[in-house]
Design a binder for this molecule. Structure first.
Ligand SMILES: Nc1ncnc2c1ncn2[C@@H]1O[C@H](COP(=O)(O)OP(=O)(O)OP(=O)(O)O)[C@@H](O)[C@H]1O
Length: 641
């Protein structure tokens, strides 16, 4: 027996390990006992990660091998941490968190087992693997590539994104790009783009995609890797499968041979992070997949709305919660768009008691952060919240210490990746020391080797360690000008022995690496919140994009209308027709419009209690409004309030 078989009798263990969870329905049981390669298509809020963690626990109890393990892959660190948290709460489950098992993201797997071993054995070093940093540095190099730069200027609608997304493809590391377009191979323009890519490779700056190409190269050089990895991991479980790109899927299908049992969990209706390129090749979910159709998150009033923007598969079935408030449509005049979020906060306070509010976050979300669409307000988040701040970078693509040290948006909201926080803080310290020319770290690319290198150079690391500790566990380092200045004081004092002799606090603080990124004033992260009071009560509405709340559960969610650039229309303006009259998404709907529907599907399936939509009054007809009221919706015109 290579992979243990789970019997129905084994499921009893789950009652004690997951006391508040229910796995008694036929759909979840079928997924738990499935022993062959199989896909599980599951509704939003159905508890995919919980189901996977429960299955892993059952498998761990019967796992017979000491040197062969289960490979658990997710798409995001948040999902990985969630799985790890569930497993670590049980002694048997915790065994899966170490050798011979692997629990991590697909990227981490590819890096650890394929790409980085190849790069290291070829004597190449990796400084950073980050798409944004790559893009900024590529743009900065572009300025000195005159032919290419001139071409980009002439073809602005095709150029920059191709430069930003330059990547290696396939085992021969052919130059490609994720989006946009560049002239063909052999042209001077193409050659200069290749020079940028190769220069950044020399500096150790890569995109995540590149690691897949290096992985391909390894497989080509050592084809036996496939048998070795397939022997090491006879069972592969993949979470969040809908976010896996074709490149990733293709690589995984080649890394593991037919002897491996591969089970994949996801919801194809929530595919919003994957680029459209090669989307038609994706295979999830394969025929004869299992389904989990019941959500555990929201009641029928919300489920009906979610179903009306559902593209594929069996309709989402409602979960618990009778007597939930009816969904709300908020209409606004163009001039009142900036009042919408605060009005939503008031409605939340009027509708939900404190007992409910204490159970989770209240969020206002929009599919688009910003954009160039013309037309009446309601096009993107900035229309509703002009001070909305995204993440930033210093000039010339230099990584930005401000950004690395800013509070993670999940702090105080949901679980977040402490490992990632430690990595960011160490990186901030490494970049600072590099910027001031400290020779001990001149050739350190990977911040995890920071202390090691400093100790090798005879440095007493105690103050640096305590600095990192304070930065990791502290909060609000970038909250406002005073806090940011205090953070620079702390860096200056603790790193002082490692700074050039005589460097003043002023000189230190003026280094470009400490610049506050454009469009991100100190305090920016706090500006993504709208605090609303009504009488004695207060609620904090957190503001973000739909992509940023994927996987989250909220108490109340406001879905803000947005303009879909490529679809050339407003998302709610289209969907309101389906929601009011219950008409399904038409078979002739374009792929770009389907993308807008998927974003709405993710957005509308977040709340447990209150779902609210907001749209410009000019884009909803009276008939649609009447149909919603007839269905029991509450329609409020905030401009009349
Ligand atoms: N088996 C279960 N029994 C009872 N409650 C559950 C179960 N599984 C999950 N839940 C609860 O249902 C809610 C939704 O779960 P979760 O966020 O894990 O769903 P999901 O499938 O990951 O959703 P999404 O696809 O929307 O990200 C959570 O509050 C969770 O605690």
């Amino acid at each position: 027996m290579t992979v243990p078989v789970i019997e129905l009798a084994d499921l009893g263990l789950l009652r004690s390990t997951f006391p508040n969870m229910d796995f008694t329905d036929a759909e979840r049981r079928a997924a738990l006992v499935e022993a062959c390669s199989k896909d599980v298509q599951a509704a939003p809020g159905s508890g995919k990660t919980t189901l996977l963690a429960a299955k892993l626990l059952l498998l761990a109890q019967k796992w017979p091998h000491e040197d062969r393990g289960i490979c658990v892959l997710s798409h995001t660190n948040v999902a990985r941490d969630e799985i790890a948290k569930r497993l670590s709460s049980h002694a048997i489950g915790a065994r899966l968190l170490g050798y011979p098992h692997f629990v991590g993201t697909i990227h981490a797997f590819v890096n650890q087992f394929l790409a980085l071993p190849l790069l290291r054995s070829d004597g190449e070093s990796v400084d950073v693997i980050d798409n944004d940093i790559f893009a900024a540095r590529a743009r900065s190099l572009l300025l000195r590539k005159y032919t290419l730069n001139a071409w980009v200027k002439r073809n602005l609608n095709q150029g920059p994104s191709a430069i930003d997304t330059l990547r290696y493809e396939g085992p021969y590391l052919k130059l490609g790009w994720e989006s946009g377009k560049l002239p063909g191979e052999g042209t001077p323009t193409y050659s200069q783009a290749k020079e940028i890519k190769d220069e950044l490779r020399r500096r150790g700056v890569f995109r995540h995609d590149d690691m897949f190409a290096f992985a391909e190269k390894l497989l080509q050089r050592f084809p036996d890797m496939i048998n070795r990895l397939s022997w090491r991991f006879p069972l592969v479980q993949i979470d969040e499968m809908q976010d896996t790109s074709w490149e990733q899927e293709y690589l995984l299908s080649r890394v593991f041979n037919a002897s491996v049992v591969m089970q994949r969990y996801g919801d194809r209706n929530q595919r919003i992070l994957v680029s459209a390129k090669d989307a038609d090749k994706l295979t999830f979910p394969k025929v004869h997949h299992l389904s989990v159709t019941t959500t555990k998150r929201f009641p029928e009033a919300i489920a009906a709305t979610v179903r009306s923007v559902q593209e594929h598969g069996e309709p989402v079935a409602a979960g618990p919660g009778d007597g939930a408030p009816s969904p709300v449509l908020m209409l606004y005049e163009t001039s009142d768009a900036t009042r919408v979020i605060a009005e939503f906060g008031k409605r939340v306070l009027q509708t939900l008691p404190d007992e409910v509010l204490s159970q989770g976050a209240v969020k206002a979300i929009c599919a688009r952060k910003q954009g160039t669409a013309t037309g009446d307000a309601g096009r993107h988040l900035i229309d509703y919240w002009p001070t909305y701040a995204g993440v930033g970078m210093a000039a010339a693509g230099e990584e930005c210490i401000f950004h690395l040290l800013a509070d993670h948006p999940a702090v105080g909201v949901s679980q977040f990746d402490l490992h990632g926080r430690v990595r960011d803080v160490k990186r901030a310290v490494l970049l600072t020391l590099r910027r001031v020319g400290n020779t001990a770290v001149a050739d350190v690319k990977d911040a995890s080797r920071l202390f090691h290198k400093l100790e090798d150079a005879g440095v007493d690391c105690t103050p640096v360690r305590s600095l990192c500790h304070e930065l990791v566990i502290g909060r609000g380092h970038t909250a406002d000008q005073t806090a940011w200045s205090g953070t620079l004081d702390l860096l200056y004092s603790r790193l002082n022995p490692l700074l050039p002799a005589g460097m003043s606090r002023n000189e230190f603080g003026s280094l470009p690496i400490f610049n506050v990124p454009q469009g991100m004033p100190a305090g920016a992260l706090n500006s993504n919140e709208c605090v609303v009071s009504l009488g004695e009560r207060t609620v904090c509405v957190r503001i973000g994009t739909v992509a940023s709340v994927k996987g989250e559960t909220h108490v109340a969610t406001l879905v803000l209308e947005a303009h879909g650039g490529l679809a050339k229309c407003f998302d709610l303006e289209k969907a309101i027709e389906n929601i009011s009259y219950g008409t399904p998404i038409g078979p002739k709907t374009s792929n770009t419009l389907k993308g807008l529907y998927r974003n709405l599907y993710v957005a509308m399936s977040r709340p447990t209690h209150l779902l609210c939509l907001a749209m410009n009054r000019a884009r909803a007809t009276q008939e649609q409004v009447d149909a919603l009221v007839a269905k029991g919706w509450t329609v409020v015109d905030i401009s009349a309030v």
